[in-house]
Design a protein around this ligand. Structure first.
Ligand code: GDP
Length: 440
């Protein structure tokens, strides 16, 4: 995401290279370029102007530090300003009510229903909540069906009344149902229109005043850039919502909406959607987003995600097997599953500093594992546990069964042997001992 802006800012900073210190004259060209980069990213022009004005003021007011180059200082100032532009610190949703009521608003197609499912999933799996989804789009039966499917996917109940055409009533009944069934969060999905329309606004305002939500979220497609910002403004005037959800950030190469919304509407971005799957949801962290825009990577998110997936018992079990040289193809495939669970590979890799840009045009997707998996699945259980029996004819059979070639099968077995050897050396040796492989 935001690749274009990242590249442009990187170029702007290069304009400062070689200068001894930041002066009014040498900073001017860089800032002009930064402003242009922001405008090209579809950032609101007032926001872009006040941004560069602040950066200039801060840059000129800096003491001259001999240890950092002006361009590095500039990166730091721009980074901090980007973070503050997006709200500074992350702001959580309010779940105080019992049940806590969360109301969704936004245009049709913005991603409301998808986000409702993702949020239910996140609250259930990460915050131990028992959510109930409420289907209040009374105009499109397909929308109710979509919410039902989404609820099923994440294992969260969906409250619906197919015959009832009064969304206020349905929402109230859903809350009653939640109380009766012990659900502690109610997520109310509402009807959207393709464009702002008076009737829709009235309806959502009526739902809001009837159910008195703890949190009203406005969901918007980030790829619509300045339109997203304008829609946010109109919804906020009518609804006075509490937070913004930016969806489809995975397809947004510019970032204009993410950078302008906070300043224009003065409401925090709370979540970002990064894909169609139910786990493609992140809490919005302005600092980390600024890191990513500047191509510094987001190690914090990467580590957090890796930790979430890490299973200590499994790790211990594996370590024992490795020590006894019993690590087999079943473990190998379990490891691949583990890596795949962590999400899209390219997305993960792009969070590592320096890697993001290099990977831009390279296609590593989850298919990278497909042939490896096919080969392993074509082995018999015996072969997986005891790879030593894999002779020539077995290898030929496996290649045929997996739709690969004998060369590919040989390559995988060789890699597997090497991995096994390496793992054994690492677990058998203590750091500092002679056996411990040196990284030098
Ligand atoms: P609604 O009309 O506001 O309820 O919108 P939907 O939830 O039906 O979403 C509209 C389309 O956008 C669907 O095809 C979703 O799969 C897709 N979508 C929603 N959120 C995301 C996201 O974060 N990334 C991507 N790539 N697609 C999304």
């Amino acid at each position: 995401m935001f690749e274009n802006l990242s590249e442009r800012l990187d170029r702007s900073f290069k304009l400062l290279k070689g200068e001894g210190k930041i002066t009014e004259i040498n900073v001017a060209e860089t800032l002009k370029d930064v402003r242009k980069a922001l405008l090209d990213a579809d950032v609101n022009y007032k926001v872009a102007k006040s941004f560069t004005d602040t950066v200039k003021e801060k840059a000129l007011g800096q003491n001259v530090l001999t240890s950092v180059k002006p361009s590095q200082l500039m990166v730091k100032i721009v980074h901090d300003e980007l973070a503050s532009l997006m709200g500074g610190t992350a702001i959580d949703i309010n779940l105080a009510g019992s049940p806590a009521i969360i109301l969704m608003s936004g245009l049709q197609g913005s991603g409301k229903t998808t986000f409702s499912g993702k949020l239910a999933n996140m609250l259930k799996t990460k915050r131990n909540k028992k959510p109930l989804l409420a289907a209040c789009d009374v105009y499109r039966p397909a929308a109710i069906e979509q919410l039902r499917v989404v609820g099923e996917q994440v294992g969260v109940p969906v409250y619906m009344e197919l015959e009832n055409k009064n969304p206020v009533e349905i929402a109230m009944n859903a809350i009653r149902e939640a109380r009766a069934k012990g659900n502690d969060v109610v997520i109310v999905d509402t009807a959207g229109r393709l464009a702002i329309d008076e009737q829709m606004m009235k309806e959502i305002a009526a739902i809001k005043s009837a159910i008195q939500p703890d949190e009203t979220l406005f969901v918007v497609d980030s790829m619509t850039g300045q339109d997203a910002v304008n829609t946010a403004k109109e919804f906020n005037e009518r609804l006075n919502f509490d937070g913004v959800v930016l969806t489809k950030l995975d397809g947004d190469t510019r970032g204009g909406a993410a950078l302008s919304i906070r300043t224009v509407v003065d409401k925090p971005i709370k979540f970002v959607g990064t894909g169609e799957k139910m786990d493609a949801l992140d809490t919005f962290h302005p600092e980390r987003m600024a890191d990513r825009i500047l191509g510094m990577g987001d190690i914090v998110s990467l580590v957090e995600r890796a930790q979430e997936q890490y299973d200590e018992e499994e790790a211990k079990r594996l370590q024992k097997k490795i020590a006894k040289n019993q690590f087999d193809f079943n473990d190998f495939i379990a490891q691949i599953q583990q890596i795949k669970k962590m999400g899209n590979l390219k997305e993960l890799a792009s969070m590592i500093p320096g890697v993001g840009k290099a990977l831009k045009d390279i296609d590593i997707d989850d298919n990278a594992f497909k042939s490896i998996e096919a080969i392993i699945y074509s082995m018999t259980p015996d072969e997986r546990v005891n790879p030593a029996i894999l002779n020539g004819s077995r290898r030929q059979r496996i290649a045929k069964g997996s739709g690969t070639t004998v060369q590919e099968v040989n390559k995988l077995i060789k890699q597997f042997d090497e991995t096994r050897k390496m793992m054994r050396m690492l677990t058998a040796a203590k750091p500092g001992s002679k056996k411990f492989p040196s990284l030098k």
